[in-house]
Write a protein of this length. Sequence first.
Length: 497
Amino acid sequence: MTDLRPSAVVVLAAGEGKRMRSALPKVLHPIAGRPLLDLVLRAAAELVPAHLVVVVGHGRDQVVAHLSSGWPDVTVAVQAEQLGTGHAAREALAALSAKGTTPDVLAALGPVVLCYGDAPLLTVDSLRRLLAAEGEVRVLTAEVADPNGYGRVLRNAITDDVEAIVEQRDATVAELEVTEINSGVYAFEPNFLAEALGQLSRDNSQGEEYLTDVVSIARRSGRRVVAVRSHAPEEILGVNDRAQLAEVAALLRDRLVGDWARSGVTFQDPRTTWLDVDVDLAPDSTVLRNTQLLGSTKLATGACVGPDTTLRNVQVGEGARVRSTTADSAEIGANAEVGPYTYLRPGTVLGAGSKAGAYVEIKASTVGAGSKVPHLSYVGDATIGAGTNIGAATVFVNYDGVSKHRTVVGDHVRIGSDTMLVAPVTIGDGAYTAAGSVIVEDVPPGAMAVARGRQRSILGWVLRRRPGTESAAAAIAAGGKPSGHIPTETNNGEESH
């Protein structure tokens, strides 16, 4: 009988990972926006197992804390001493039995799948093919050009079933020529697994209980061991150091970009594009070079993002254009224009057809439909209505040194260049502010607010005070000469008249 749903998936995540040289447990190192362990659990969860078990050991407090926040339904098994993969599997069955889920109960539900928490490229397709195979033991294998470092899979020449899995250090010269390797991913009939784990020995060079020895036990007892070759050999890769972490991250990037490209997304340069696993890209969206789409970022149809752009948890509407921008936890409306060199901080909402232009920073603010903040401005803690224009070098002065305050700008307002809007303040619909104003009081609808000192020109000042300078020479060449009253200085340095 073929079982397509496992009784349990056991993820082995107890190893120390010394070669990572990190205080962070190996399985919590992230790629594509998720810890390695999460990527394995996501594939496992797609099988809808009756039980999902994680075996923890080194750094277990950190791993358990992570599981508690993101995977509350996972059963945690503790391997206090790391005595090998077989021992870890035994601890997993013991944790299930302690909850009343004995091997007999598991046997009525389906096979037990075992995999590793540091192999993030494992696919649910391979796991389903493994479950569909017939045999008390099923092992996922891969055919590789360079099998160095991996256990070799030895098949029966007649039946093609697996005779043994030999670790490299124990292999003969002939066995080392075999290029089919063990992935370490298995599916077992539960009662046989429990029986075989009880027979494991630590009489080997590592002093550990090897899960691979279960294969030999199965063959000696006449059980069938079936190998299922992976369609994607890279999925068996584990992470043991930072170099391998970077390698699998790039492979996952290639997989994600390829999957989205086949769904209708255009990528200008896949090699310089990085995606997290939780992004969502609509068909006919476009991603240009040197772009990172992180977290839960979502692009709608017709959106174009990049080049040189990083978006984290950003929603980009239909037809929007975002270039050379950094944005975090923001919403960009349909047909909005953002960039270049723009920073959208958390809480920014840009309405349809709005614009946040060059060297603009916006934080915790809503910009209404069709409104524009074209360049060189800071907008913080503000609500801007529809059809409004914010002149260059405008600053929303939102912080008084203790608290943040909000500014409200109405519809179809014109804020003059170099205006300071000192919150809390409200600019009414249709109002204007004069360039260079410091607005500290509310402006009524339709009013013009002017808040700046009157200009005065002191004639002849350069010729008198800066004689012999290039400025004085330029003034003389332009016909300048002392004229009118030339003020003199008082003792305190001010001009007197």
